[in-house]
Structure formats: structure tokens, C-alpha cells
Design a protein around this ligand. Sequence first.
Ligand SMILES: [Zn+2]
Length: 281
Amino acid sequence: MHNVVIASPPFWAYSASVATVARDMMLSFQNVRIALMVGIGGGVPSKSHDIRLGDIVVGAPKDGHRGLLQYDLGGNTENESFQITGFLDQPPPVLQRALAGLRAQYKRRRHRIEETAATVIENNVLLWRHYKRPDQLSDRLYLAEAIHPNTKESCPLACDPHALIPRLPRDKDQDSLVIHYGSIASSNQLMKNALLRDKLAAEEDVLCFEVEAAGLMDNFPCLVIRGISDYSDSHKNNEWQGYAAMVAAVYAKDLLYQIPRVTAGKGTIDILLGQLRDLGY
Ligand SMILES: [Zn+2]
């Protein structure tokens, strides 16, 4: 059993406030031992990482790469330059052990994240509109060179269908929702440039971009969990955000079950940060 604190920054100042909320929570609950930052992010599909919308990326150190790196975009999002500004320490040992345990459990018995998410919606029908799994046809990945025109029209109306990258459905013996472990890149600016996305991803083996962990202190005992709601390019849509937040929250809950109660002597409070609001967790 854990004591869990859930906090979310004000929606009108979301990305800039997460680090502040995290700092304030650590001050308010001084026996906090671990933090999970749960929310959405933009995936980076590549030949080596078949990332799709609704998948989950967990910021875990792998092959010499850190679990979370911070970067600044040079100038603006059209500028194809970036600068790595720091790394977050690797997750504390208790979280690393829990990650390994959960991976082993999922390999042995498959995960039930989609079923759990469906049950949450069944039991909370008002969540259906914003948190259901979107139609698979709305998972569109465009060539990096194909930029969304400067219009409010959605991709099916505005973008060249020939620029879509064809992808086969996943094999039947594969989970339809895949969990990827590797580097997450964080900045206070949204990544919307697919060419820059691919460049940074190739250099640092980044699987996901996000804006919430930017500004966290280096030694924050944290693990970042992101549901994938877009591809960090100019083709933004909001359709997958609710479902992506939901599955990330379900993964976070599964992970908590893997963590033995952290004994701190004074009583322990675990903090769960992110987009868990309204999800019934
Ligand atoms: Zn588009």
C-alpha cells in the first residue's frame, strides 16, 4: 500500500507550471520518496522503434543514453537547431527495480492496459467522449518533409495523402499497445518540426518529446511516463490526447503495484504528478 499524492498544474499555464508544482509538492510533503510524471507526449517513430499513437514511452536509461534529457530549441520551432542543456538523474533504484519487475510480468502474461482503460470508461460513462480509444484510421504518420499547411483544416482535408507513411497493422501475436523504454527529451517548447525531431532522435536515441519535465531539478527522484498522442510534427490533432493520458495513468498504476512500500522512518508519501485528473484514479 502506498500513500499517493496527485497534483496537476493549472490548465492555463500547463507546461511552465509542472516543475513549480513538483517543487512545491516536495516542500509540502517532505517525505516524498518517488515521483511519477504521467501525461502525454509526441512519439518518434523510426526503423528501430515502431511507435504508434496510443503507445506508451517510459523514460528509462538504455544503451548509455539517459532516461530524460533537456534541450532548448534554437530561436523558434522552425529553426532546425537545438542544444542539450542537461540530463535528469536516472530514476532511483526502487523505480528501476519496479520497472524491471513490470516488464518481466508483462512479458510473461501480457499487459491488460487497454482492457483496464476500457473498464474505467465503462464505469465512468462521462469519460467516453474524451478518453475512448480513437479510430485507428486517425493514426496518421506523414513523411518528415510533409508540413501541415498554414490552415485550421485537419490533415485529411489539408494534407497530401501520398505523404502518408503506410504501416501495416501489428502482428496478432503482438500487443496492440506497445510500451517503449528509452530516452525522453523535454523542453518548454513543443516539438513541431519533424526534421528536427528526427535529427535529435538520431543523435540521442530519443523516443518521445514532451514539455512537462523541463525545469525539474537534476536530482528529482522521478520517472517520466508518456502516452503517445502525436508524432512531434506539424500535424497536430487532439483526438488521441485523452486516450494517451488514460493509458499512461493505467501503466503508472500497474507500476505502483510493483513497488514495495518505501520505508523512510517518518512515514512515506509518494507523489504522482501529471495528467491524472478526472481519470478516476
Ligand atoms: Zn496535416
